[in-house]
Design a protein around this ligand. Structure first.
Ligand SMILES: O=C(O)CCC(=O)C(=O)O
Ligand SMILES: [Fe+2]
Length: 262
């Protein structure tokens, strides 16, 4: 289990001061090289975006994803009725029978009170449903990936309560894409909602979705779960990444922990 999937601030490329110690000739050479790289990237982007994501490799799709979002992250998107009221109620009923399944120590930075869904057998149907409905049908086409190129880095049910953990401080998630779904009703609590800080300087956006609605966004957008002041707020949170990175990270974490069972 990766314990570092929430970060305190957006990752930023280390900006090397390439030009500061160079004489004029060296600066010209470097600038030409930079222009050539930019040109090559532009041509590669044009060539790749002319093809369907289904015809491109995972690496190509990941590269396109980061190229088109180099300087601007699009705003979060809300999709209504991804889960029906009945499906939400079934999930809530199941939680009531699983008081022992709640954990609070799975995320070292920014912990939540949660139940991991991917490793809880009684939620297997919910996991398959969300993989199909959210990852394959919504996220893959929206963000330029072929079905089966994206998978869950983590999927869990979070409960905030007015007398316990009320919200979650501002952070970014350590993955490619994140989503949340409100499982109980918006009138079951006061306050709450997810607040997004899309870019420095512009006003933040507070989203209060209906029951069963999905919010999805680039994981590098800073966001927070606003404190509730009354009742309980139950959401499903998903961290999504490309399957090649998920596999690589899984192998690395198995090697780092020789006692892990397979
Ligand atoms: O509570 C929310 O709306 C946000 C949850 C979140 O960002 C997370 O679990 O990483
Ligand atoms: Fe988050």
């Amino acid at each position: 289990m990766c314990n570092s999937c929430r970060n305190s601030s957006a990752c930023s490329d280390d900006e090397l001061e390439l030009f500061s110690e160079l004489d004029q000739d060296e600066q010209i050479v470097l600038q030409k090289r930079q222009d050539a790289v930019n040109n090559a990237n532009q041509q590669r982007l044009q060539r790749l975006t002319a093809e369907s994501p289904k015809a491109r490799s995972i690496l190509d799709n990941r590269w396109v994803f980061f190229q088109v979002r180099k300087s601007h992250f699009p705003s979060p998107v809300v999709v209504p009725e991804v889960l029906t009221a009945d499906q939400c109620q079934m999930i809530l009923d199941q939680c009531l029978q699983m008081e022992d399944a709640w954990t609070s120590d799975r995320h070292s930075a920014f912990p939540t009170h949660d139940i991991p869904l991917t490793t809880t057998p009684s939620f297997a149907d919910v996991v398959s449903l969300l993989r199909e409905r959210v990852i394959y049908k919504i996220l893959c086409p929206m963000y330029g990936f072929a079905p089966h190129q994206l998978g869950f880095r983590d999927l869990f049910l979070v409960k905030y309560s007015a007398c316990g953990q009320r919200g979650l401080a501002a952070h970014t998630d350590g993955c490619l894409l994140s989503f949340s779904i409100l499982v109980n009703g918006p009138t079951d609590f006061s306050g709450g909602g997810t607040q997004f800080f899309v870019s420095d300087g512009s006003p933040s956006t507070l989203l209060h979705p209906h029951q069963g609605a999905l919010i999805h966004h680039d994981s590098r957008i800073k966001h927070q779960g606003n404190d509730i002041t009354k009742g309980e707020r139950v959401i499903i949170v998903g961290f999504v990444d490309t399957v090649d990175t998920l596999l690589k990270d899984k192998l690395a974490s198995n090697q780092a922990c020789p006692n892990a069972r397979h």
